[in-house]
Write a protein that binds this ligand. Structure first.
Ligand code: FMN
Length: 245
């Protein structure tokens, strides 16, 4: 099988890391891959903040709700939506940037952040590192903004932990292809049976790896998606992001 396809199909997150440092050339190559990723309208609206300082990583682990792998692995890369950068271009061309005040602006920037993050993770894994994406930094976005010294019109969307894996983790099963791939039109009827089957599969998976606290997919979704964070909106607004249109 093609090496890239093999790598993508073997995706899994790692939450156990050695403290071994990552060579500079390896880190540089990973970052170059993310910089080469496309952005909407060639906006370059993503920036990365590379955090190697142990105290900062310990602080981020705390901000993310006690995620010890952030402190353990040698590198944390914060993925920042950066409309500060784009505003400088808009101003240079004699206009005022308003894009950050639209839902379209937020959707475009967040999708670019995801693309950069995917490139980052794939490159890191191709070079033998383990990764885990981290959305937990949004538990306290203001603390991240303060820690990273982020200017207006920026927002720390996610992060990625990078390091050499100490203890490998098994691959988590996915919901069936019918729940994901829809040919020609969306096939809603495929979902309930797929969810039924995946709830069982996931429980078997938790049992197999000895996790007694493992939930079905439905219960996990109920835990996370029956509520929302009230912390993002005020901080995003303070940074300059609103949804006027
Ligand atoms: C945007 C994003 C944010 C995530 N945030 C966290 C996080 O804060 N902490 C964590 O341990 N895992 C986090 N994850 C990892 C997911 O839990 C994981 O990808 C999912 O359970 C599937 O497992 P797998 O990556 O091993 O296949 C995140 C994943 C994504 C894509």
């Amino acid at each position: 099988m093609n090496e890239t396809i093999r790598l993508l199909l073997a995706h899994h997150s790692n939450r156990s890391y050695k403290t071994d440092l990552v060579p500079k050339e390896t880190l540089d190559a990973i970052i170059e891959c993310a910089r080469r990723a496309p952005t909407s309208t060639n906006s370059h609206e993503i920036s990365l903040v590379v955090i190697r300082n142990a105290d900062s990583r310990a602080r981020i682990a705390e901000i993310a709700g006690g995620q010890r792998w952030i402190a353990q692995a040698p590198i944390f890369i914060a993925v920042v939506v950066d409309l500060y950068k784009t505003a400088l271009g808009v101003e240079k061309a004699g206009s005022e940037q308003v894009f950050q005040r639209s839902l379209e602006g937020i959707l475009a920037a967040v999708s670019d952040a995801g693309i950069a993050m995917a490139a980052l993770m794939t490159a890191a894994r191709a070079l033998g590192l383990g990764i885990v994406p981290i959305g937990g930094i949004r538990r306290d976005p203001q603390a991240m903004i303060d820690l990273l010294g982020l200017p207006p019109n920026t927002f720390p969307v996610d992060g990625v932990v990078l390091g050499y894996v100490a203890e490998e983790s098994p691959q988590k099963p996915r919901m069936s292809i019918e729940s994901f791939r829809h040919d020609e039109k969306y096939h809603a009827e495929a979902l309930k049976p797929a969810i039924e089957a995946y709830d069982r599969t996931l429980l078997e998976y938790w049992q197999k790896i000895g996790r007694t606290d493992g939930l079905t997919w439905s219960a996990n979704m109920a835990q996370h998606y029956s509520t929302f964070s009230r912390l993002i909106k005020p901080v995003a607004e303070k940074q300059g992001f609103t949804v006027e249109v």
